[in-house]
Each structure stands twice: as structure tokens, then as C-alpha cells.
Ligand binder design. Structure first.
Ligand SMILES: Nc1ncnc2c1ncn2[C@@H]1O[C@H](COP(=O)(O)OP(=O)(O)O)[C@@H](O)[C@H]1O
Ligand SMILES: [Mg+2]
Length: 244
């Protein structure tokens, strides 16, 4: 019998990936040897108590932090062996990040925030970049907010701009760190619906860190962290319990 890893392509893999920090108070083991394979098109939720290593693990998977020990591989390529130029390109084109506090550029409009990462995309001519930014705004339901600055948008709208920005160059993987953490329930549902749609329609691989059961329930797989260790990793229902 073929295992899941043999029949679907593995996009991201952690092999004994650990992250230790030296602090004045001693060594902090933020993540202990993590072994994970994430296949193309998966929707994975990562849960665990505060301080259990969720952000650190996600940062290693997304090439924002390098492991102290072990390795992280993107499509079989060891991230720690890449040159800085290759890493920059990978962060621009293959990985999309969504953070709890959005991190939009204050002095750029919604359109400009989304257009920005497209500026690095040599495969598109300037006019095509503009068109793509408009398409992305439409995708997240903000076509009529194109000229609004972040401060003129609600939290949910800002997060939708951040999703569109993360999607701009069609990355293979979207990594989201508590994307609904600063939102009310209604906006949070909207964000998760937007992410789910991307996962289902574009087969976008989605890894979402959350401490919200309602968010996690939508995933197909749940990884639990405790004290920096993966203590559970299992398939779950992937049902949206929220009324549409
Ligand atoms: N840059 C750092 N330096 C020292 N300790 C850190 C650093 N980043 C995270 N930690 C510690 O590592 C542990 C895991 O942190 P984190 O990954 O942010 O957890 P979570 O996202 O689950 O709340 C915590 O004990 C935290 O204090
Ligand atoms: Mg965190």
C-alpha cells in the first residue's frame, strides 16, 4: 500500500527541526526535534498553549528562522543550504505569510499594498501586475476599497488585504500565524472562509496557527504542540461548523 507521502507531493518537510534560543536566563528550547511532512493542497492547523512553540515552528517552515538543529525542506530543498538570494526569492514567490497584526504598509492604499510584491514578479508586465492586483482585491471582496488606506479599513478588511498580498505571486504555501487573533468572530469567520476557498479552489497549501477551535475545526489535519514538542498529529473532519 502506498502511504500518503508517496502518492501526493510533499511540499514542506521538517526533519528533526529544533530551535533553541540562548537567553540570560539560560537556554530556551522553543521547538524540540520536529518531524513533519506537509503535502501539496493540505490544510493543516497547528494548535497549542501560548509559548508552546507555534510561531517558532511556523517561522522555521516559512524560512523566516533557521533551525538550530535538523532541517526544513521545501520541495526537497534544504532551506539552510540556499544562498541568500535564493532565500529572498523563495520568500517572495513560494511562501506567503499572514500575521496576526496584518503588517500592511500604512502609507500605501489597499491596491498598492497588494501591488507591491507583484513589483518583483518579472514574469508580469506592469499592466498585468496592475490587473492582477485588481483581481486579487476582487477575490477578497474589496474591489470597492482599492483606494482606502489601512486606517480606513476595518480589522477584517485589513486582514483580507494581507491575504491578497500574501497570495499575489501565487505561492505554493500560505503560512498564517493566528490570522483571526485580532478580529471579532464575524470577521474571523470571513477570513477563514477566504482562506478555505483558496485551499479548495486553488489547492493552495495552508498552514494555520491558531488557538481558536472554530478555526482549527475547518482544517483537515491538526498538529498539537506542547512545550516545543509535537504531541499529536492527526487527520480531522475539516468541516465548517459556521453558518454560511
Ligand atoms: N527570540 C527569542 N528568544 C528567546 N526566546 C524565545 C524567542 N522566541 C520565542 N522564544 C521562546 O520560545 C518559546 C516558544 O515561543 P513561540 O514560538 O512564540 O510560542 P507560541 O507561538 O506557541 O506562543 C517561548 O517560551 C518563548 O518565550
Ligand atoms: Mg505565537
Amino acid at each position: 500500500m502506498m502511504t500518503k507521502e508517496e502518492c501526493t507531493e510533499v511540499v514542506l518537510q521538517a526533519r528533526g527541526a529544533a530551535k533553541h534560543y540562548r537567553t540570560a536566563a539560560g537556554e530556551v528550547r522553543a521547538v524540540a526535534d520536529a518531524d513533519l511532512s506537509i503535502a501539496e493542497g493540505e490544510f493543516v492547523a497547528i494548535m497549542g498553549p501560548s509559548g508552546s512553540g507555534k510561531t517558532t515552528l511556523l517561522s522555521m517552515l516559512g524560512a523566516l528562522e533557521s533551525p538550530t538543529k535538523g532541517a526544513v525542506l521545501l520541495r526537497g530543498r534544504d532551506l539552510s543550504r540556499l544562498r541568500s538570494r535564493e532565500l529572498a526569492s523563495l520568500r517572495r514567490f513560494e511562501l506567503g505569510f499572514i500575521f496576526q497584526s496584518f503588517y500592511l504598509v500604512d502609507h500605501l492604499t489597499a491596491f498598492e499594498n497588494i501591488r507591491f510584491p507583484l513589483g518583483f514578479n518579472d514574469q508580469l508586465k506592469p499592466a498585468a501586475r496592475d490587473a492582477r492586483a485588481v483581481e486579487l482585491l476582487e477575490m477578497v471582496g474589496l474591489a470597492d476599497r482599492a483606494d482606502h488606506f489601512p486606517r480606513q479599513l476595518s480589522g477584517g478588511e485589513q486582514q483580507r488585504v494581507a491575504i491578497a498580498r500574501a497570495m499575489a505571486n501565487e505561492p505554493a504555501v500560505i503560512l498564517a500565524d493566528e490570522p483571526t487573533g485580532n478580529l471579532d468572530r464575524h470577521s474571523g469567520d470571513e477570513i477563514m472562509r477566504a482562506l478555505e476557498d483558496l485551499n479548495q479552489s486553488l489547492r493552495q497549501t495552508l498552514v494555520v496557527v491558531t488557538h481558536d477551535e472554530n478555526v482549527a475545526r475547518r482544517a483537515r489535519r491538526l498538529i498539537l504542540l506542547e512545550d516545543g514538542s509535537v504531541v499529536a498529529d492527526r487527520e480531522i473532519g475539516g468541516q465548517s461548523t459556521v453558518e454560511r
